[in-house]
Design a protein around this ligand. Structure first.
Ligand SMILES: *[C@@H]1O[C@H](CO)[C@@H](O)[C@H](O)[C@H]1NC(C)=O
Ligand SMILES: *[C@@H]1O[C@H](CO)[C@@H](O)[C@H](O)[C@H]1NC(C)=O
Ligand SMILES: *[C@@H]1O[C@H](CO)[C@@H](O)[C@H](O)[C@H]1NC(C)=O
Ligand SMILES: *[C@@H]1O[C@H](CO)[C@@H](O)[C@H](O)[C@H]1NC(C)=O
Length: 543
C-alpha cells in the first residue's frame, strides 16, 4: 500500500511540472529526470493503446480506431511484440514506474503466449515481419534473460515458430533471393505486386542479423545459410564492387539477382543494405562483411556526399540515374541513421578515445568518425531549423539554385521541404545517431540535442496533453505550420525505436561493445566466437 501511495504521488508530481527543465538547467540529477520524462511519454502512449487498441496491429490515437495488418484477419502482434524490449529496458532502470512496467511485460507476454498465433492465412511482408516481429521476439528473449523478468522460453518458442514460417520465402527462387511477401499459413511466396516484381534490395539484405541470431540460439545452421546465400548473386552477377563501387540500386529481380533500374540512394529501399553489412561484422565477427562495408562507404564518399549552402552541412544525396547520372540533393529522414552507423563502425562500440588506441584504428576510421559528427549535426539541423523543432520526412538541400515558390525554406536556408513531404512519423533515425554519438564520445552537446528533440515531440505531437489520463502521441501530417497538424496514426517504431533510443541517450555506462541493434532497434548480444565455431556458423562464401 505504501508503495502504491508513493507511486501515485510520484506520478502526480511528474505530470504537473514543466518537462525538460532539469536538463536545460544542468541539474546533477538531469539524466535521471530525463529518463523519468521519457518513461512518462512511453507510458502515456502505451496506456492509451492498452485501453483502446489492445492486441490490434494498427492504431489511430486521435479517434482510438484500430485494425489488424491482415485486413479483417488475425493480429500479427505489430505493436505489442515491437514494444516488449522497451518495456523491459525501462523496467530495468525505472525509478518511478518499475512495478507498472513489470505488470505490462507480463500482460504482453501472456498475450503473446495465449492469443498471438502466426498460423495466419494472409500475405505478409517478409522484411517488415522479420525486423519487427522476429527481431522483437529475439530481443525480448535476450532482455528477459538479462534482466530476469518474465519467461524467456515463451519468446524463443514464438521466434522459432515464426522463423520457420518465414524461412519458406527463401525457397521461392533458384538463387535464394526471397520474393517480398509470404503467406504465413500456406508458405506460398508472393512476388512484389509492383515494380515489375522486383524485390527491394534493402529488404532481402536486412534479414541476416535476425536469422543468424536464431541459428546461434537453436544450433540450426539452415537459418544462417539461407540468409547468407543472397549475397553471392548480388555481388557477382552485378559485379557490384567494380561496376557500382559497392553502391546498390534499390531494386533487384529475385529470380536472377540482377538489379532493376539505376536508382541509388541511402534512403528507403537502400538504407539497411549498408547497415547490415557492418552489423553482421559487429554481431558475428565475420571480417568479410567489414570489408564489404568499407568499400560501400568509400563509394558513398566518392559519389553521394555533398555540402549545403549556406552552412556547409554534409549530406548524402541520390543518383537516380546511376553513378554517371545527375546528382540529386534530396535526402530522406531515413538517411539520418548514417551518423550512428559510421560512428559505431569506426569505434566498434568503444568510446572514441579508447578506440583511437586500438590496432584497428586507421585513417578511414578517423574519416568515418568525423563524417559521423557532421551528418549527425546535419540531421539535428533538420529539426532545429523548423518551426516545430521536428524534421520533415524528406528534405532537398540547398545547392545554391532557386527552388519553386511552393517549397518551404528552412530558417537558415540550408534545405527546402516540398508540399507533400512535410509529415513527421516520429521516426527514430536522428535520435538514434545522437544516442550513438553521445555514448561513443560522452560529449554533453548530444544530450542537449536529444532533450530538445524529446521536448519538441512532447510539445508538438501530443494529443489532449493537459489531461494526464488522456494524453497520447500521434504522427504529424505537417511539422512546418504551427500549431502542428496531427495525423491519426502511431507507428510501432515510436515505442520500439524513437523512445528507446532517447532513453538510452540518458542512460549512463550503456556498453555498446556488448550489443548490436537490429534495424528496428531490437538489441541482440554480440555472439560468442567460440560458440559460433563449435556450431559451424561461419561465412560460407567469398568474393
Ligand atoms: C540494468 O540495471 C542494472 C542495475 O541498475 C544496471 O547496472 C544495468 O546497466 C542495466 N542494464 C541496461 C542494459 O540498461
Ligand atoms: C516458461 O514457459 C515454458 C514454455 O511455455 C514452460 O514450459 C515453462 O514451464 C515456463 N517456466 C516457468 C518458470 O513458468
Ligand atoms: C532448421 O530450420 C529449417 C528452416 O526453417 C527447418 O526446415 C528445419 O526443420 C530446422 N531443423 C531442425 C532440426 O529443427
Ligand atoms: C495546457 O496547459 C498550458 C499550461 O498550463 C496552457 O498554457 C495551455 O493553454 C493549455 N492548453 C489547453 C489546450 O488547454
Amino acid at each position: 500500500m505504501r508503495g502504491l501511495v508513493a507511486t501515485i504521488i510520484a506520478i502526480v508530481a511528474t505530470v504537473y511540472y514543466v518537462p525538460w527543465n532539469a536538463y536545460f538547467e544542468q541539474k546533477p540529477e538531469a539524466a535521471r529526470e530525463m529518463r523519468d520524462q521519457i518513461e512518462m511519454m512511453f507510458l502515456a502512449s502505451w496506456r492509451d493503446y492498452s485501453k483502446y487498441g489492445w492486441g490490434y496491429d494498427i492504431y489511430g490515437p486521435i479517434d482510438h480506431s484500430f485494425r489488424n495488418m491482415p485486413r479483417g484477419g488475425r493480429p500479427l502482434g505489430w505493436i505489442i511484440v515491437d514494444s516488449v524490449d522497451t518495456l523491459m529496458l525501462m523496467y530495468n532502470s525505472s525509478a518511478l514506474y518499475k512495478s507498472e512496467f513489470e505488470a505490462e511485460i507480463l500482460k504482453s507476454q501472456h498475450w503473446i503466449d495465449n492469443v498471438l498465433d502466426f498460423d495466419i492465412d494472409a500475405e505478409v511482408n517478409v522484411f517488415e515481419t522479420t525486423i519487427r516481429m522476429l527481431g522483437g521476439l529475439l530481443s525480448a528473449y535476450h532482455y528477459s534473460d538479462q534482466f530476469e523478468v518474465g519467461n524467456k522460453t515463451i519468446y524463443l518458442n514464438k521466434a522459432i515458430d515464426l522463423g520457420d514460417r518465414l524461412a519458406l520465402a527463401f525457397k521461392s527462387t533458384p538463387k535464394g533471393i526471397p520474393y517480398s511477401s509470404i503467406n504465413l499459413q500456406s508458405g506460398r511466396a508472393i512476388k512484389n505486386h509492383v515494380d515489375g516484381g522486383a524485390s527491394s534490395t534493402a529488404e532481402f539484405t536486412t534479414l541476416q542479423m535476425e536469422f543468424k541470431y536464431l541459428a546461434y540460439l537453436t544450433g540450426n545452421n539452415t537459418y544462417w545459410k539461407m540468409v547468407e546465400r543472397v549475397y553471392e548473386p548480388l555481388y557477382k552477377t552485378n559485379d557490384l564492387l567494380n561496376v557500382y563501387d559497392g553502391l546498390v540500386p534499390i531494386y533487384t529481380f529475385p529470380n536472377t539477382g540482377r538489379f532493376g533500374g539505376f536508382n541509388i540512394r541511402f534512403g528507403s529501399r537502400g538504407d539497411s543494405f549498408y547497415e547490415y553489412l557492418l552489423k553482421q561484422y559487429l554481431l558475428t565477427h565475420e571480417t568479410l562483411y567489414y570489408d564489404l562495408y568499407r568499400q560501400s562507404m568509400d563509394g558513398m564518399k566518392k559519389h553521394l556526399l555533398a555540402r549545403s549552402k549556406p552552412s556547409f552541412l554534409s549530406y548524402i544525396g541520390e543518383r537516380e540515374q546511376g553513378l554517371n547520372g545527375k546528382f540529386s540533393s534530396k535526402m530522406d529522414h531515413l538517411v539520418c541513421f548514417m551518423g550512428g552507423l559510421l560512428a559505431s563502425g569506426a569505434t566498434e562500440g568503444l568510446p572514441v578515445h579508447e578506440a583511437r588506441r586500438k590496432p584497428f584504428w586507421d585513417a578511414d576510421r578517423e574519416n568515418d568518425w568525423n563524417l559521423a559528427k557532421e551528418l549527425t549535426n546535419t540531421c539535428y539541423q533538420m529539426y532545429n531549423q523548423t518551426p516545430s523543432g521536428l524534421a520533415p520526412e524528406i528534405v532537398v538541400f540547398n545547392e545554391g539554385e532557386t527552388a519553386p515558390k511552393s517549397w518551404w525554406q528552412s530558417s537558415l536556408g540550408d534545405f527546402f521541404v516540398k508540399p507533400l513531404d512535410k509529415h513527421n512519423m516520429q521516426r527514430p533515425e536522428t535520435v538514434e545517431s545522437i544516442m550513438f554519438m553521445y555514448q561513443l564520445s560522452h560529449d554533453k552537446k548530444y544530450r542537449k540535442w536529444g532533450a530538445e528533440i524529446a521536448s519538441s515531440f512532447y510539445d508538438n505531437t501530443c494529443v489532449d496533453c493537459n489531461d494526464t489520463k488522456l494524453r497520447r502521441f500521434a504522427s504529424l501530417s505537417d511539422c512546418i505550420t504551427l500549431p502542428t497538424k496531427k495525423a491519426n496514426n502511431m507507428e510501432s517504431f515510436w515505442l520500439a525505436e524513437t523512445l528507446k533510443y532517447l532513453y538510452i541517450l540518458f542512460l549512463d555506462d550503456f556498453d555498446l561493445t556488448k550489443v548490436v541493434f537490429n534495424t528496428e532497434a531490437h538489441p541482440f548480444p554480440v555472439l560468442d566466437k567460440e560458440v559460433l565455431k563449435s556450431q559451424h556458423l561461419i561465412t560460407g562464401w567469398s568474393l
